[in-house]
Ligand binder design. Structure first.
Ligand code: EPU
Length: 338
């Protein structure tokens, strides 16, 4: 086990923010992870996996543990379904591609989401009408204090819209080491109701889509709207879509009848933050190397050498403008490390 010093994290976070880790170690096994957690010489620890949902605003004065646990194994199989266990350091999109090659359904709408498997339960990743919780069975997580492995089933994870126990009560207490998913082997349940998927399939003349067709459609849509983090630093949606009460919504829609919205359960409404931000004039705007993506206003980008503080300042400016113009508070989805 090699502990390195003063390592740049630029290549370890998809925003491409150049901050330094005081100490850095690659974690490739569970026993090694337990040993590292016990190291008294490094009392402060910081976990990084795919680095796709964080904004680093300063150097990390801690031992940064880069989770590289790998492997996919079969847990259970019957005629119709399969349960697989995927280690936390596997790349999410590569897992989706692998599942399609096996003919397993369930992950196709979640194609091309950046990041690694271990972080997917934290924010219950979602896209085009599907969320992780729809295929999730359980995950294993190591208690950072005791080094013990614990299991969390779906209920224990308390999943919500871009939310779970790991963003709340269990925040910073665990390292997710593996995730179990249940996928279909036949009679796949396709989710093609999302408008842009329907359009994409129609454009290609596909009437009876396969799971691969749905994945291809999602990939085309994402590539046309969302920047590739390998080319332009970003963390996907920077903000969550705000959820407002019926009372607030009624006032809002009366004033802005043209606004898009989704009706939720329990008298709540979700307003696309991308629309609010675009209406405030930020879409495609650039402030130095920090900017708002030209095709999707929900995504903040680093054109090269923006600092985390510059991105954060832009985010705050956007939040203030949206609040001023619409009296709606938008909250970051990305984990901001201050
Ligand atoms: N819109 C605008 N301007 C914009 C962006 C969006 O007016 O710049 C409007 C669109 O016209 C549309 C509505 O907002 O009416 C919704 O837009 P879109 O379908 O692009 O989805 P979104 O609500 O902006 C969410 C997720 C994305 C996910 C898509 C598709 C959140 C925070 N974001 O975005 O997730 O890919 O739906 O399901 O819920 C991510 O989390 O990193 C992410 C990319």
């Amino acid at each position: 086990m090699k502990i390195q010093e003063n390592i740049s994290l630029k290549n370890y976070n998809t925003f491409g923010i150049d901050v330094k880790a005081r100490f850095f170690v690659e974690i490739t096994g569970l026993v090694q992870l337990q040993k590292v957690l016990e190291l008294k010489a490094y009392p402060k620890k910081f976990i990084i996996s795919g680095g796709s949902n964080m904004l680093l605003t300063k150097d990390i004065d801690a031992l940064v543990m880069h989770i590289q646990l790998k492997g996919i194994s079969l847990v259970h199989e019957d005629e119709d379904t399969v349960e697989i266990k995927v280690m936390a350091g596997e790349n999410w999109h590569e897992l989706v591609m692998w599942s399609l090659e096996q003919g397993y359904g369930g992950l196709e709408n979640l194609s091309l989401i950046p990041g690694n498997v271990g972080t997917t339960p934290i924010q219950n990743i979602g896209a085009y009408g599907v969320e992780l919780k729809d295929v999730f069975v359980s995950c294993a997580a190591m208690d950072i204090k005791t080094g013990e492995l614990e299991g969390f089933d779906k209920e224990a994870c308390k999943f919500g819209y871009r939310d779970s126990i790991f963003k709340n009560e269990a925040k910073d207490k665990y390292i997710i080491t593996s995730v179990n998913l249940k996928l279909t082997k036949k009679e796949h349940v396709l989710h093609t109701g999302y408008g842009s998927i329907e359009n994409e399939l129609r454009k290609k003349g596909i009437v009876h889509p396969t799971i691969k067709d749905v994945s291809d459609a999602v990939i085309s849509i994402r590539q046309s709207k969302l920047p590739d983090p390998k080319k332009i630093g970003n963390s996907g949606s920077f903000f969550k879509n705000p959820i407002i009460s019926k009372k607030t919504f009624d006032k809002f829609i009366k004033k802005h009848p043209e606004a898009p919205f989704y009706e939720m359960e329990e008298n709540e409404y979700k307003i696309p933050a991308g629309w609010l931000i675009e209406q405030c004039g930020f879409k495609g705007k650039r402030f130095g190397d920090a900017g708002v993506h030209e095709k999707q206003a929900l995504v903040l980008v680093n054109y090269g050498n923006a600092t985390g503080k510059e991105i954060l300042a832009l985010a705050q400016k956007i939040q203030d403008e949206v609040k001023k113009k619409y009296n709606i508070k938008i909250q970051p989805e990305v984990n901001i490390i201050k």
